[in-house]
Design a protein around this ligand. Structure first.
Ligand SMILES: [Zn+2]
Length: 260
């Protein structure tokens, strides 16, 4: 095997050339400053890269990744990234994004112990053990793991919302949205799990995380939203409401369907 990684340097040159051809000012803009609107807190899994799954260019999303997208409130790495993103970049949205089939989450529910990784996953492991009966009642092991992947996202959004960095930002009136999303590596689609938090009051109004285990939410993808909207439009076309005249209607722009 080669001691150097020349093929990666070659790919880099090809990428930079292609980027410049398609957008001659791209690197000049990159050099001026970064002003991303989003902070992504995701898993280190090599298949879940923020820019790719969001379809964003470099410079558009600030990123922190670790195994199983865990928020440890004593993690200096995460807290430094968070502070910089909130107080200097002034991002408007923080996305905690897990993914189905996560190896880190899977490790948290095995009996194997002793590695540094198990210290890292300890909060999730303890949560799983506390609610083991609920998870074990899910017979399909894939569904069981994925359910814990979803709950892990919920848990980490709450932990993020409990940090003084976020509380202080909300306290001084900064507009800051926290989101909980999950990604499926087998279809490339992001799904919104919640919670969506914009204030301490919203955080404090959440039901307990223990209750969430018993009340799974239906993850919403843009595809699902679009399908529901398309179906609604279709239903409206087939069954016009009494007195509805699409030609002069302000709610459907004359199309007979919902306003785009
Ligand atoms: Zn993962």
């Amino acid at each position: 095997m080669s001691r150097t990684l020349d093929h990666l340097f070659d790919r880099n040159v090809a990428w930079a050339d292609a980027k410049t051809r398609e957008d001659p000012d791209f690197f000049r803009r990159m050099a001026e400053q970064q002003a991303p609107h989003y902070l992504w807190v995701g898993c280190s899994d090599s298949r879940v890269t923020a820019n790719d799954v969001l379809g964003l260019d470099p410079g558009e999303v600030f990123v922190h990744r670790n195994i199983a997208n865990i928020v440890h409130t004593s993690d200096l790495n995460l807290l430094s990234v968070l502070e910089y993103a909130v107080e200097h970049l002034e991002v408007q949205h923080i996305i905690v994004c897990g993914h189905y089939g996560c190896g880190g989450v899977s490790r948290a529910i095995t009996e194997r112990r002793g590695a540094m990784l198990d210290h890292w996953l300890q909060p999730l492991t303890m949560f799983y053990r506390k609610h083991r009966a609920v998870f074990d009642a899910i017979e399909d092991p894939v569904r069981r793991l994925n359910r814990l992947c979803e709950i892990n996202v919920e848990m980490q959004v709450r932990r993020l919302a409990a940090t003084p960095i976020i509380e202080n930002a909300w306290g001084r009136g900064q507009s800051l949205n926290l989101h909980g999303w999950i990604y499926a590596v087998d279809d490339g689609i992001l799904r919104d799990l919640g919670p969506h938090l914009t204030s301490v009051a919203e955080r404090d109004a959440l039901s307990s995380i223990d209750q969430c285990v018993l009340d799974p939410v239906e993850p919403q993808s843009a595809k699902r939203r679009q399908a529901i909207a398309a179906f609604s439009a279709l239903a409206l076309e087939e069954e016009p409401q009494p007195g509805h005249d699409p030609a002069g209607c302000v709610c459907c722009n004359g199309q007979g369907g919902p306003k785009p």
